[in-house]
Design a protein around this ligand. Structure first.
Ligand code: GLN
Length: 490
């Protein structure tokens, strides 16, 4: 592998600034890498020409004028609106959609000098855990050994995670509604960070479940995640749920260690039937944090077991409202006429435009919001959500950070769970509670399964304490010292 591809984001930033390597060479190297790894089907759109043009401009600049991400190639999940490229959310209904405006997160990154080299495949409208509902076909996990049984990269940000796993970008963007950054990061051996709800603007991100959706980086290292988030986040008047709370300096104390920090391990996260390897992983996590000087204690988050059903009411309910806009009138796909009437046009357009999983969610969402069922399901789920948040609030009176596995397994074979949605939803058991509570959380690669596939540990911290979260994650990363990369010579 080209030496440039082995560098972290932070190292690449320094190298570009030193002018020892041109931005053009960096971008070309990454483009070649993406071209060589097409078999993983990670990309929804290539942006190579524009990327090279931008790199040339950078090379004529003086390093004193360089911005913090000058010349850095990034991959963007195809749910962020980017002007000049298609934005499809991997759905037929948006298959020819060109957004008229730029998402705030990608705008922030571009303003910091980053170069979008590609957009990445994902589950349709970010609903899924396997990246197997993309309009462009399934994404294949680069850790796959046997191509007759390709592995899932996780989902929904599977393309973004796979790109980082093969070093096809310095970092990538994902979105996380119930785990879609953290679980694919775990399956692909990357770091995946979901910030506090409200940290990054949702403006220009195609909505799935607005009270849960949050953008975040997928990267090779914890330090890179801190660096990327620093330039993604902003308070934005275009998103009334983005917050005007100053981001702590995420890099300043990241290496200071965790002596005296209190880490809680919730007993409810040790679930029935949890495999030995996941239990062992969690045990290792405890030991590593203790060895680094943290105090590790057992805690309880009593409403954990109702988090998954609660999420699978609230997220589909919000989705059914958000996706009502795709009606074939103003934008997006419209079925071929003639139509009997307007309703016929809606039905055919939505019937043909949405995939099976999206339709399943829209049916559930519409049902739980319908009169007669609203109180029993939706209002009830909102009350449960409050209880879950209260569990975390009381836990954070005693501890600074919470430790758990990220996912209940390593990457599974693509297709294995496709016809069994409940089994698929169980993937989110450890990631959904913190999403419902709006908390920041991160997945760190921490070991290999018996199949030699990556396994991630998750850390969760209190709202707006990404500095504490990242400091702990850095210590855990050092202790776990996960250096494995996928072998692509297959
Ligand atoms: N896997 C979860 C779902 O299918 C989470 C998706 C996400 O975070 N976007 O809803």
């Amino acid at each position: 592998m080209n030496e440039l591809l082995k560098l972290s984001l932070v190292e690449t930033v320094k190298l570009i600034k030193s002018k020892k390597v041109s931005a053009k060479e960096i971008i070309e190297t990454y483009i070649n890498r993406l071209e060589d790894t097409e078999k993983y089907n990670m990309l929804s759109e290539k942006n190579y020409d524009e990327a090279l043009e931008l790199a040339n401009k950078i090379d004529s600049k003086k390093p004193e004028d360089f911005r913090p991400l000058e010349g850095i190639p990034i991959a963007v999940k195809d749910i962020f609106c980017t002007v000049g490229n298609k934005t499809t959310a991997s759905s037929k209904i948006l298959n020819n959609f060109f957004a008229p405006y730029e998402s705030t997160v990608t705008k922030n990154l571009k303003n910091a000098g980053a170069i979008v080299i590609c957009k990445t495949n994902m589950d349709e409208f970010a609903m899924g855990s396997a990246s197997d509902t993309c309009i462009k076909g399934e994404v294949i996990n680069p850790w796959t050994d046997d191509f007759s049984k390709p592995l899932t990269p996780g989902g929904s940000s599977g393309g973004s995670a796979a790109v980082v796993a093969i070093s096809g970008a310095c970092f990538s963007l994902g979105t996380d509604t119930g785990g879609s950054i953290r679980q694919p990061a775990s399956f692909c051996g990357n770091v995946g960070l979901k910030p506090t709800y409200g940290r990054c603007s949702r403006y220009g991100i195609i909505a799935f479940a607005s009270s849960l959706d949050q953008a975040g980086p997928i990267s090779k290292t914890v330090e890179d995640a801190a660096y990327a988030l620093t330039y993604m986040a902003s308070w934005d008047k275009n998103d009334s749920t983005s917050v005007n709370i100053k981001m702590p300096d995420l890099l300043k104390n990241i290496k200071e260690g965790i002596k005296g920090l209190k880490v809680g391990v919730p007993k409810e996260y040790i679930i029935d039937g949890m495999s030995d390897e996941i239990q062992k992983l969690l045990e290792n996590g405890r030991t590593w944090l203790k060895d680094q000087g943290a105090e590790v204690i057992d805690i309880s988050l009593p409403h954990t077991k109702v988090a998954l059903p609660c999420y699978y009411i609230i997220a589909p309910a919000e989705a059914s409202a958000n996706l009502a806009r795709y009606d074939g009138v103003k934008f997006g796909y419209r079925a071929e006429g003639p139509f009997k009437d307007l309703n016929d046009m809606y039905c055919k357009t939505r019937g043909e435009g949405f995939g099976k999983e999206v339709k399943r969610r829209l049916l559930i969402g519409t049902y739980v919001l319908s009169s007669g069922y609203y109180d029993a399901y939706y209002i009830h789920a909102q009350k449960v959500r409050r209880k879950i948040a209260e569990d975390f609030n009381s836990a954070f009176k005693d501890v600074d950070v919470i430790l758990s596995p990220t996912a209940p397994s390593d990457a599974f074979v693509l297709g294995e769970k496709k016809e069994d949605p409940i089994n698929m939803y169980l993937n989110d058991v450890f990631t959904v509670p913190s999403s419902l509570a709006g908390l920041p959380a991160i997945s760190i690669p921490a070991g290999l399964s018996k199949n030699n596939k990556p396994l991630g540990l998750q850390l969760i911290s209190n709202k707006f304490t990404e500095d504490t979260l990242l400091k702990t994650a850095f210590a855990l990363e050092e202790a776990a010292s996960f250096t494995h990369r996928p072998n692509l010579e297959k």
